[in-house]
Write a protein that binds this ligand. Structure first.
Ligand code: ACO
Length: 308
């Protein structure tokens, strides 16, 4: 059975930055409150960039990083819940902008778990032999979804995109687990007709309970202990969620890379953006074990454990 290996990463963040002080000029909040409750200092916001533009820019960088020609791509999967159009889907827009003429493209909507679930999908196509080279992207323009007068939500989100090139290889492993609980969907609702609505505490409690379970499920399947994993890359929603997960599993914070201070919660983009940063900082060494875990609206939670 073939395994999909990440062989290149890329990301795109809009230039325009809104820091907490700037936000405090328009809603009743403060830098201190936001940093203490979330760890966020600033967020990048798309002024004119569309979701598909950000996705395409991230994709082009990932292709360059992988040394892969656009024509080699068999499939484009874009995890997003904030595309400008329902159709054409963002993946087809990415195909147009990157020249990946041999690919089929479609979007995956599983909110903040979307990138991990799209990565699972790529693995399934590669395992089955249907595809050899898949571009997996997480791209979000969350600034369109939030009510900028609601201090409970507008402080949390940012825009951006991250991409990985996944290629079929004979060696390696990838353990996967994914879950949804549709009965809890009301905790976090986004739609094109009204602003995002969230029960922050419910989402917080859900994440802190389910993410450690997910990590244990994956390590159990792999037959290793959580402390043996080199990098645990969680969806970047809130510093306190990440710290609580580390504490529950009795793991060092240093296993959990963080960049949400700079970008806030970019939903499906957060994991690939962080992977790209780690890759370019040369933190990732071949053969290291990597666990990715996403969680969010649906409710959904999904993870995978593989070799870098
Ligand atoms: N600035 C100042 N005060 C605020 C702000 C703000 N931006 N927002 C809320 N408050 C006030 C509230 O009104 C409340 O005041 P009150 O006590 O007078 O009623 C007080 O601060 C405490 O509010 P809580 O909601 O209890 O604050 P909490 O500690 O739970 O933090 C937060 C809120 C940051 C939203 C937290 O619940 C959280 O991070 N939840 C998880 C959210 C999340 O990660 N969502 C995304 C995951 S899924 C996805 O990515 C799509």
């Amino acid at each position: 059975k073939m395994i999909g290996k990440i062989c290149g990463t890329g990301s795109y963040l809009p230039d325009y930055i809104i820091d907490n002080f700037k936000l405090a000029e328009s809603v009743d909040t403060s830098d201190e409150w936001i940093q203490e409750r979330t760890g966020i200092r600033q967020r990048h916001i798309a002024k004119k960039e569309t979701t598909s533009y950000m996705a395409s820019m991230a994709a082009l960088k990932a292709l360059e990083n992988a040394g892969t020609e656009p024509e080699e791509i068999d499939m484009i999967l874009v995890a997003t819940s904030s595309s400008e159009t329902v159709y054409p889907c963002t993946a087809c827009e990415v195909q147009k902008m990157t020249g990946a003429v041999n690919a089929v493209g479609y979007d995956v909507n599983a909110a903040c778990s979307g990138f991990v679930i799209a990565f699972h999908t790529a693995q399934a196509y590669i395992h089955s032999g249907i595809c050899r080279t898949v571009l997996v992207i997480g791209a979000e323009r969350m600034s369109r979804m939030v009510d900028w007068s609601d201090r409970g939500t507008c402080i949390l989100f940012g825009d951006g995109a991250g991409a990985v090139v996944v290629k079929a290889e004979e060696k390696g492993y990838c353990h996967m687990a994914a879950h949804s609980d549709g009965t809890k969907g009301e905790a976090l609702v986004g739609s094109t007709k009204s602003f995002l609505k969230m029960n922050g505490q419910e989402v917080f409690k859900f994440a802190v309970r389910k993410v450690p379970e997910l990590i244990l499920e994956l390590t159990g399947e792999a037959g290793i202990r959580p402390e043996e994993i080199d990098h645990i890359v969680l969806h970047q929603a809130n510093q306190r969620i990440i710290e609580a997960v580390a504490r529950r599993l009795n793991l060092k914070d240093s296993k959990f890379p963080v960049n949400l201070d700079k970008y806030a919660n970019t939903s499906a983009a957060s994991i690939p953006v962080l992977l790209d940063e780690m890759n370019r900082m040369k933190i990732l060494k071949q053969g290291q074990s990597m666990l990715l875990a996403g969680f969010g609206a649906g409710l959904t939670w999904a993870g995978c454990l593989f070799e870098w």
